[in-house]
Design a protein around this ligand. Structure first.
Ligand SMILES: Nc1ncnc2c1ncn2[C@@H]1O[C@H](COP(=O)(O)OP(=O)(O)OP(=O)(O)O)[C@@H](O)[C@H]1O
Ligand SMILES: [Mg+2]
Length: 513
C-alpha cells in the first residue's frame, strides 16, 4: 500500500469537510453560503499562526477554483472587442486609437481561448518581455482572480496555467532568441502581437510570417495583431492595416467606442486641444487618438523630393568616376549603391540601388562581382564593421579586388551632408531606385536627433551615405570656361583631359579598422 503523507493544509481541508468536524465545532448556525472551509477549519485545527493561515487560505482557494473555473462572460466585452473575437478569420487586426480597449480585449480573448480549448497555448508578444509583462500581466491576474477563471500565475517564467492544461505565455520580440522560443513544441491556438506600431518592422514581419504563422497549423489557430498607427506610414504594420497586405481582417475603433473611460472621448479631446494649442490637423492628435496614418514631416531625416531628386535619361560615359558602396547584413539586408559623377559639376547620381535579405557571404560576393562587371567602379567601399569583414574577405579572396572600409565616423554629420545634398538637388537618383526612395521618404530621427531611429530599414540610405562621402562632388568643380566656348556638354571627355580618380575628402579611413 502506498502511504502518502498529507500536508497540514490537506489535513485541515479534510477535517474541515468531515461531519466530525462540524460536530466538534458545533457551529451556532448551519453553514451559510459564502462560509468558507477556512472558517470551518479554524474551529478544529490548532491555530499555527498567520503564515499557516495564509497557506491554508491559498490552498483552499486553488482547490475551490478547480471546481468552479469560469469562462469570461460575453457581457464583459465591448461590442468592438466582441466583434474582433467572434470574427471567424484566422488573421485578425485590431487597429485602434489609444485607450480603445485593445489590450483588455486581448486578455478576455486569451482567457476565453484557454478555457475553451484544453491543453492549448496562447502567446502574447510585446515589444520586450518586460514591457509585455507590465502591459498585460497585472490586468490578466486581476481579472482572473475577480472572475474566478482559475488561472495560476507563475512569475518566474511569466506563464499562466489553466486547470485544463492550457497555458498563457508572455514574450518580447526585441531579441531573436526570444522570438525563436515561439517555435517550441506546444500547439498555439492563439497568438497575439500587441503594440505592433513599436516593434522593429523587420522583426514584426519575421515574427508573424516566419515564426508564428507556421506554428498555428496544429490547431488551425488564430493570429491577432494589435496596435495604433506608427510614426511612419510604411512597412509591414502599415501594409497590414491598410489592406496592402492581403488576408487580414481589420477591425478598427477608437476610445470613443470604449464605455469604460471616466470621461467622454470628445470632452477629453477638447481639453487636450486647448491645453496644447492644437487644431484638428495636429499629427499627434490624428495619429494617437483618431488612429490615422500621418506622415510627420518634422521627424523625417532626408528631405527627398521626387520632383527634385529623381533623374531620367542620364547615361554615364567613361569620364565619370563610379563608386560602388555597400552596407552588409545577413538577417538585415545587404544594400548596394552604384553612384557616379562626371568630371566637372557638383551633382552625384545614384545610378542603381537595391537590397537583398538573407545573403550569405558567397551570395554577396557573386552579386558584387556582377556589379563590378557591369559598372567597372573606380572605388569599392563597404561597411567593414562586424559581419562586413567576412563578406569583404570572401569577395577579395574570390575576385582579388579589395574593398575599402567605409568611413563611419560622425554618423550624424554624414547624414546631414546627404540631407543637404538632397535638399539642394546635388544628389539625383534613378527613377528605378524605388526601395531607396522609400527609405528616404520614411526614415525618421531617434528622439535625440543623433541617429536614425531604431528598427528602420536604412541600409540603402546608409550605402548611399558611404558612397557620397567618397565623392568630391561637393567641391563644386566647375568646368573650365573653355568648354562652354567649345560647346561641349559637361560629361563629354576631351582628349587632353586627365582622368584622375579623386581622393576621398573625408580623410584616411584605414586607421579605423
Ligand atoms: N471590456 C472591458 N471591461 C472593462 N474595462 C475595459 C474593457 N475594455 C477596456 N477597458 C478599460 O479601458 C481602458 C483602456 O483599455 P486598454 O488598456 O485595453 O486600451 P488600449 O487600447 O490597449 O490602450 P493603449 O493604447 O494605451 O495600449 C483601461 O482602463 C481598461 O481597463
Ligand atoms: Mg494596450
Amino acid at each position: 500500500m502506498i502511504y502518502i503523507k498529507p500536508s497540514y493544509f490537506e489535513l485541515a481541508w479534510l477535517l474541515s469537510m468531515t461531519s466530525v468536524a462540524s460536530v466538534i465545532h458545533c457551529p451556532p448556525n448551519p453553514p451559510v453560503e459564502g462560509q468558507t472551509p477556512m472558517t470551518l477549519a479554524r474551529g478544529v485545527m490548532p491555530d499555527l499562526g498567520p503564515a499557516f493561515r495564509e497557506g491554508l487560505r491559498k490552498y483552499k482557494e486553488e482547490r475551490a477554483l478547480q471546481g468552479t473555473v469560469a469562462r469570461p462572460p460575453r457581457s464583459l466585452r465591448t461590442p468592438h472587442q466582441a466583434a474582433l473575437q467572434d470574427d471567424e478569420s484566422r488573421s485578425k487586426v485590431a487597429f485602434c486609437g489609444r485607450r480603445a480597449g485593445k489590450t483588455l480585449g486581448m486578455v478576455l480573448y486569451a482567457a476565453d481561448c484557454m478555457a475553451s480549448m484544453p491543453g492549448c497555448l496562447v502567446l502574447y508578444v510585446g515589444i520586450t518581455r518586460n514591457a509585455a509583462r507590465d502591459i498585460i500581466w497585472r490586468a490578466f491576474k486581476a481579472l482572473s482572480n475577480q472572475h474566478k477563471w482559475g488561472l495560476s500565475f507563475h512569475e518566474s517564467d511569466l506563464r499562466a496555467y489553466h486547470p485544463n492544461g492550457s497555458q498563457f505565455v508572455i514574450m518580447g520580440s526585441d531579441k531573436e532568441p526570444e522570438i525563436e522560443k515561439a517555435r517550441g513544441p506546444e500547439k498555439i491556438a492563439l497568438a497575439i502581437v500587441d503594440e505592433c506600431q513599436s516593434h522593429k518592422p523587420f522583426n514584426l514581419r519575421y515574427l508573424v510570417e516566419d515564426v508564428l504563422e507556421p506554428g498555428l497549423m496544429d490547431l488551425d489557430g488564430t493570429l491577432v495583431l494589435s496596435g495604433t498607427p506608427g510614426l511612419v506610414p510604411t512597412g509591414f504594420w502599415y501594409d497590414v492595416t491598410t489592406g496592402a497586405r492581403k488576408g487580414w481582417s481589420v477591425h478598427s475603433w477608437t476610445a470613443k467606442d470604449n464605455p469604460h473611460l471616466a470621461v467622454p472621448f470628445e470632452t477629453f479631446i477638447e481639453r487636450v486641444k486647448e491645453k496644447r494649442g492644437w487644431d484638428d490637423n495636429n499629427p499627434i492628435l490624428r495619429r494617437e487618438y483618431y488612429r490615422e496614418w500621418i506622415r510627420d514631416e518634422s521627424r523625417l531625416v532626408y528631405p527627398f523630393d521626387a520632383s527634385r531628386n529623381i533623374y531620367k535619361d542620364v547615361t554615364p560615359d567613361k569620364s565619370w568616376t563610379i563608386v560602388l558602396a555597400m552596407d552588409f547584413g545577413f538577417v538585415h539586408s545587404t544594400a548596394w549603391a552604384v553612384m557616379g559623377y562626371p568630371k566637372y559639376g557638383d551633382v552625384v547620381y545614384v545610378l542603381r540601388s537595391f537590397k537583398r535579405a538573407g545573403q550569405t557571404p558567397d551570395d554577396v560576393a557573386s552579386q558584387t562581382a556582377k556589379l563590378v562587371d557591369e559598372w567597372s567602379p573606380d572605388i569599392i567601399i563597404g561597411d567593414l564593421g562586424g559581419l562586413g569583414k567576412a563578406y569583404a574577405a570572401q569577395f577579395e579572396q574570390r575576385y582579388r579586388i579589395p574593398i575599402r572600409a567605409a568611413n563611419k565616423r560622425d554618423k550624424r554629420g554624414s547624414i546631414e551632408y546627404v540631407a543637404n545634398a538632397l535638399l539642394t538637388g546635388k544628389i539625383l537618383s534613378n527613377e528605378g531606385n524605388t526601395t531607396l526612395h522609400q527609405e528616404w521618404l520614411s526614415l525618421v530621427w531617434d528622439d535625440l536627433h543623433e541617429d536614425i531611429a531604431e528598427g528602420q530599414d536604412d541600409h540603402e540610405a546608409d550605402a548611399v551615405m558611404y558612397g557620397y562621402k567618397e565623392t568630391p562632388a561637393y567641391l563644386c568643380q566647375l568646368e573650365p570656361k573653355q568648354r562652354e566656348i567649345d560647346g561641349l556638354p559637361p560629361w563629354v571627355d576631351r582628349e587632353d583631359d586627365d582622368h584622375e580618380i579623386p581622393q576621398p575628402h573625408w580623410g584616411e579611413v584605414d586607421d579605423m579598422y
